[in-house]
Design a protein around this ligand. Sequence first.
Ligand SMILES: Nc1ncnc2c1ncn2[C@@H]1O[C@H](COP(=O)(O)OP(=O)(O)OP(=O)(O)O)[C@@H](O)[C@H]1O
Ligand SMILES: [Mg+2]
Length: 260
Amino acid sequence: MKLAVVGKGGVGKTTLAGLLARVWAERGYRVLAVDADPDANLASMLPLDDGAVRPQPLAARRDLIDTLSGRSVLPGGMVLLNPDVGQVLPELRVSWGGGHGLVSLGWHKGGGQGCYCAEHATLKRVLSAVVTGPVDVVVIDAEAGLEHLSRGTAAAADAVVVVVQPGRRSVETAFAARALATDLGLNRVHPVLVGYADAGQVEQVQQALGDWPLLAALPWHDEIRRADLEGRPPAIPDPLQAPLQRLALTLIASTPTSRP
Ligand SMILES: Nc1ncnc2c1ncn2[C@@H]1O[C@H](COP(=O)(O)OP(=O)(O)OP(=O)(O)O)[C@@H](O)[C@H]1O
Ligand SMILES: [Mg+2]
């Protein structure tokens, strides 16, 4: 299964993607975590294996981008969109949790450099090809906003989780995300609430979502924020265990996979 975690900026996408990856890993699934945010930080949520260093995002690997896009071989600014992704993935992979994979594919252009259609088209290819290895679950941590949906990068996903926090703005973004996902033919789009303070907030968010049911709700917990402050992967706090385990199982059970 390939799961894309999307949503408004700062709502908890990376936190949720990292926690889900760890829960699946603990349950015996072979997990590939994909950081698709050029401002990469999914590695901070995962226990990297001995000797593994935080991966450099593709955004920082001009050499690989040029190889992937064929930019260097075509004259006249034309870009070739048939990257040999198999060639670069091993170079980008780092190991965590005893052999699970993490690749950092975040990618952007500097300010004022115009359209980056070619980069997104290539990223789309990379994401489609990413399950060629022995992997059961791919978790994609998207960059903030709707870029991966509006550009179709997330089309390779089997399911999408849209993270919302207690607040109307992230819920509005979630509806926009669902509309774009539907355009891509993705019908499994589930809102998940992260960082609620009390049951009243869960109820209010569900009301704002109307008949679109929250698939899970994870409370605010100081350990998550403290670990971020201290620059280490958080322990999974007790109050988050049950909703996370249920969410992990529900996603697997309710998602037909892209492989037979
Ligand atoms: N359940 C939680 N309890 C406490 N703090 C949380 C919780 N979930 C996330 N946070 C904190 O909220 C902040 C934002 O989380 P995170 O980085 O996961 O968001 P994001 O959506 O990935 O952000 P960005 O859009 O910048 O990629 C972090 O400091 C994180 O530690
Ligand atoms: Mg993030």
